[in-house]
Design a protein around this ligand. Structure first.
Ligand code: COA
Ligand code: ZN
Length: 302
């Protein structure tokens, strides 16, 4: 039983931006440890050209492993039809597409304008069979862009509305950590007014330390699905200045201490960091809760 869904995106958002490669066997161990801690949704990789992001070359094998973990929804990112077909063939349960509201980021990230990318996702959705995977349209740079600067809210609402026509769910992503809580409340409310319950996920980066504040603001707006990354790894290689996601360990601690059930066992989650550190010993790891430990007498939400 849980009140909020936390999707661990470290194996995708984290490893795509890490300086070193995590061996495939270590990825599998890490994902197994995450599942054992109670994570029910894990974004395990992306189907992009291996030349572009070598860390994602083994995603099909990682998806196959993650599918053996019972109760885990296996998510993969795809940037185009070819990536979608590879993700379907690998057996991903949910496929997420990055659709940037910033033209500059979209062109840098997927070499398409936002409008072209919407059409690419539409083609993928049209090609899927009825028993095919769930499709998520993630509006990236929804709160600002390091290349373009301000991203008009009208653009975010328009893209979210277009995606809602054929995606099962839509998420809003602060790809570069520009969002603030007032903006999060406003933009989520505007998009929800437009597409209702199709709006599901929130994806925040902690670049300016506002990840948890933004997550709380989204929670207050009724959002119940959050992406986060163990140890705060993460960042988009095609968005200059992007750094790590909101930290899973701290996000889980925030919710559990508020009495909001995450379904995640914090002790096991903290223990799972060892598998990440073993697999990627050179990468700096972050997290306040892991550093400080759980408060004396701490009780998880019941
Ligand atoms: N997976 C594997 N190979 C792919 C692919 C995919 N999803 N999409 C294209 N390719 C291959 C093509 O077959 C072609 O191969 P060839 O040179 O052997 O013929 C080559 O890559 C170039 O294809 P093209 O369609 O021209 O792609 P592009 O060079 O314009 O790049 C994207 C477009 C979308 C593939 C690329 O920009 C991309 O992967 N972006 C995602 C980046 C990312 O992961 N960002 C972080 C997550 S938000
Ligand atoms: Zn991200």
């Amino acid at each position: 039983m849980s009140d909020v869904l936390i999707c661990e995106v470290g194996p995708r958002d984290g490893l795509q931006n890490a300086k070193h490669l995590m061996p495939t066997a270590a990825k599998k161990r890490w994902i197994s440890a995450l599942a054992a801690a109670g994570l029910r949704e894990i974004e395990v990789g992306s189907f992009v050209p291996a030349k572009l992001i070598p860390a994602m070359a083994d995603t099909a094998e990682v998806v196959a492993h993650a599918r053996t973990l019972s109760g885990v929804k296996v998510v993969a990112l795809a940037p185009n039809l070819k990536g979608f077909e590879r993700a379907v063939a690998a057996g991903a349960h949910k496929i997420t597409f990055p659709v940037s509201a910033s033209r500059r980021h979209s062109e840098s990230n997927v070499r398409m304008s936002p409008g072209q990318m919407v059409e690419e996702v539409r083609r993928c959705a049209a090609s899927r069979d009825p028993h095919g995977p769930e499709i998520e349209g993630a509006v990236s740079t929804a709160f600002g862009c390091t290349m373009q600067g301000e991203v008009p809210e009208d653009d975010v609402v328009r893209i979210a509305a277009a995606l809602a026509e054929f995606c099962d769910c839509v998420a809003l992503a602060d790809t570069v950590g520009y969002a603030n809580p007032a903006q999060v409340r406003r933009v989520f409310r505007r998009v929800r007014d437009e597409i209702g319950d199709r709006l599901e996920g929130a994806h925040f980066h902690n670049t300016r330390g506002l990840g948890l504040a933004n997550a709380l603001a989204a929670w207050d707006e009724g959002v119940r699905a959050f992406d986060s990354s163990m140890a705060g790894l993460g960042g988009c290689p095609f968005a200059p200045g992007a750094s790590g996601n909101v930290i899973t360990e701290d996000l889980v601690f925030m919710f559990e201490s508020m009495g909001v059930r995450t379904g995640i066992d914090l002790e096991k989650l903290l223990a799972a960091r060892a598998t990440l550190i073993d697999g990627l010993p050179q990468e700096p790891v972050y997290g306040h809760t892991p550093l400080a430990g759980l408060p004396k007498g701490f009780r998880a939400a019941a």
